[in-house]
Design a binder for this molecule. Structure first.
Ligand code: SF4
Length: 362
């Protein structure tokens, strides 16, 4: 029966490759994106996710902290940033960060990212990490995207290696995957010319991996990028991963245009496209262990469905996240452990609470 549907979808050769564990090519990736047979894509991706993780779905008790919205990069797809001097701009002090993170259950993972704020000194970042680590010694701190790390290198005059070593000494455990957006030079020039180039993002990820610091990787899709550019993005990540094995998880992020400069020009992604993106990520990224259904951007209901389309990670409890909220992000602001476990069980999977490195915890 599976063979019949795969034949009708014209994907027999790709199915054979997946069965035998053979790597999919750029052309295969494009054919998958061009397919409209979503259920077949989902079945193929589910085969792969079950081979890797069985029925397990991971989640973490975590908190997000967005320490500043002041940013000099002015990306056109972002509704979060404010210019220096804007009355709506903010910076959270290390003390305030600890106070906010202390509300609610103790987190196992603390996710810290913010704008590229020209007014903050290098010491601020180290003080922020030290204060949070001191208050939550058991938690892993996943902080600062490659974009912020590049900025820290510039303002301190230190190399990326030195910056990373300083951050680790202050409490950093690993790096989040943001700032990758889409690696296409064409898209970067049109939507975020001030942001570091793709090559720099990948270089910083590689440096971190070589120092033993794991990271995640994202892709912001559903704006002006083409399918070719999506495939290229995924294959560039796969190439780095062949070299370093440092990426833990890939997170496809649907673009939320509502409050951005692209509102009216670009429509929000559809559920069909979101599930297709999850499935193809699982199929092309054969060397990145985890694919995340990031409910903060996807919405809770679609994230639950994404578990049947190749995702094995439902992210975490979150509580507060300002970046998607500024873009008119989805309904829920937080999920409890019980809510996450219910979503996972109802979809036919087994919830596994994890730490930042996907180690199961009680
Ligand atoms: S996406 Fe990040 S770097 Fe770009 S404007 Fe927003 S906060 Fe700044």
């Amino acid at each position: 029966m599976l063979e019949g549907t795969i034949k009708r979808a014209g994907l027999e050769d790709i199915f054979e490759k997946i069965l035998s564990g053979e790597r999919l090519s750029r052309e295969d990736g494009l054919r998958l994106f061009e397919s409209r047979d979503l259920l077949t894509l989902g079945r193929l991706a589910r085969m792969v996710r079950e081979r890797l993780h069985g029925r397990k779905v991971y989640y973490v008790i975590n908190r997000h902290l967005n320490y500043t919205n002041i940013c000099q990069n002015r990306c056109r797809f972002c509704a979060y940033w404010r210019a220096p001097g804007d009355p709506e701009g903010y910076v959270i002090s290390p003390e305030e960060a600890v106070r906010r993170l202390s509300e609610g259950p103790p987190p196992r993972e603390i996710h810290i990212v913010g704008g590229v704020n020209p007014e903050l000194p290098y010491e601020y970042y180290l003080e922020l990490l030290s204060a949070v680590k001191e208050a939550f010694p058991e938690a892993h701190i996943k902080a600062f995207t490659c974009v912020e790390i590049d900025h820290l290198s510039r303002i301190s005059g230190k190399s990326v290696e030195e910056v990373l070593k300083d951050l680790v000494a202050a409490g950093l455990s690993c790096i989040p995957g943001g700032g990758a957006e889409v690696f296409s030079h064409r898209v970067r020039e049109r939507l975020f010319p001030e942001k570091i180039p793709a090559e720099r993002w990948l270089e910083i990820a590689k440096i971190a991996h070589r120092l033993g610091i794991s990271s995640n990787a994202t892709m912001l899709y559903g704006h002006i990028e083409t399918y070719e550019e999506r495939v290229d993005h995924l294959l560039r990540l796969r190439e780095v991963q062949d070299e370093t094995r440092g990426f833990l998880c890939f997170i496809p992020l649907p673009f939320l245009p509502q409050k951005t400069a692209l509102s009216g020009e670009v429509s929000p992604t559809t559920g069909f496209e979101d599930l297709k993106m999850i499935a193809i990520s699982r199929l092309l990224l054969d060397n990145i262990p985890h694919i995340k259904a990031y409910w903060v951007f996807l919405g809770v209901k679609l994230s639950q469905l994404a578990l049947q389309f190749g995702a094995d990670d439902l992210h975490g409890t979150v509580v507060e996240e300002k970046i998607s909220e500024a873009s008119g992000g989805r309904e829920a602001k937080a999920l409890s452990r019980a809510e996450i476990e219910r979503l996972v069980r109802e979809a036919g999977f087994e919830p596994v609470e994890r730490d930042a490195f996907y180690q199961p915890v009680n």
